[in-house]
Design a protein around this ligand. Structure first.
Ligand code: CIR
Length: 262
């Protein structure tokens, strides 16, 4: 099964990114580009066909493509990012995704960032945040219920996106920061982050292994002790922009047009 990953080159203006919970620090753009390239290389080595989009110099956060769309096997949903500065990012993502899926668009007054959506099989958890509102949850229900998905809203706090607080690390195990989201909201086993590493819950599950930031050694040990196969990547410069491993790609399966229309 062919798997694709959309990425976008780091913008030279990334220092002007949106920030919610972090103090602004200077970002070494050259290093950020190298780290992002290493991330892409790992996706390539893992067997993904990379759709690497060109830099958008005027859009500081545009490498964080996860926030612009949700791609399911049946359809893709183009978001309406909560931060005004990020809304123009969706235009080119629409074009890139349209050959692969039927597109649905989130409409005002809804706002939605892809980082707030955690999908586990047919369960879709949507974090209510500064960026994502209840209108988005009801629009997602209307779009996804016909395909058998259940969409649930999840309260959380203390971090930018739901997936800063919880991600999937195997078919049915979550990695979670219980100070930011209540593990009881999900009916899955979980590993908790080390207390000293609150930002350590964002991991990217890539079938054969979990791609994980090298910045969190204590939680990394917990993952390995739990039998999770992990590969690390250094994304320290993107972390200064409140970015992490899930947000730098949009991952989906190639499904031919005939199969999609069945
Ligand atoms: C923002 O605030 O929108 C960006 N600076 C960071 C977005 C990170 N996205 C994600 O975790 N899904």
């Amino acid at each position: 099964m062919q798997r694709l990953a959309i990425t976008r080159m780091v913008s030279r203006s990334i220092e002007h990114c949106e920030l919610l919970h972090l103090q602004r620090q200077s970002i070494d753009v050259k290093k950020a580009i190298e780290q992002h390239k290493h991330y892409e290389d790992i996706l390539g080595e893992a067997g993904f066909c990379l759709l690497r989009l060109p830099e958008l110099p005027q859009l500081p956060d545009s490498c964080f493509v996860e926030d612009t769309a949700l791609v399911f096997n049946e359809i893709a949903i183009i978001t309406r990012p909560g931060a005004l500065s990020r809304r123009p990012e969706i235009e080119s993502i629409k074009e890139v995704l349209s050959p692969y899926r039927r597109l649905f668009l989130i409409q005002a007054p809804a706002t939605l960032d892809g980082g707030d959506v955690l999908s586990v099989g047919k369960q879709v958890y949507v974090g209510l945040s500064n960026r994502t509102n209840r209108h988005a949850v009801s629009q997602l229900q209307k779009m996804l219920n016909p395909f058998g998905y259940t969409v649930l809203s999840i309260p959380f706090g203390g971090c930018l996106h739901l997936k800063t607080a919880v991600t999937l690390i195997s078919g049915n195990i979550l990695l979670i920061n219980p100070d930011w989201v209540n593990p009881a909201a999900f009916h899955f086993d979980h590993v908790t982050v080390d207390k000293s590493e609150p930002f350590a819950a964002n991991a990217l599950l890539l079938n054969e292994f979990v791609l994980y930031p090298s910045a969190y050694p204590k939680t990394l040990k917990k993952l390995r002790d739990a039998g999770i196969k992990v590969r690390t990547v250094d994304l320290s410069e993107l972390a200064k922009a409140e970015g992490a491993v899930t947000c730098c790609s949009l991952i989906f399966q190639f499904i031919g047009e005939k199969e999609r229309n069945r």
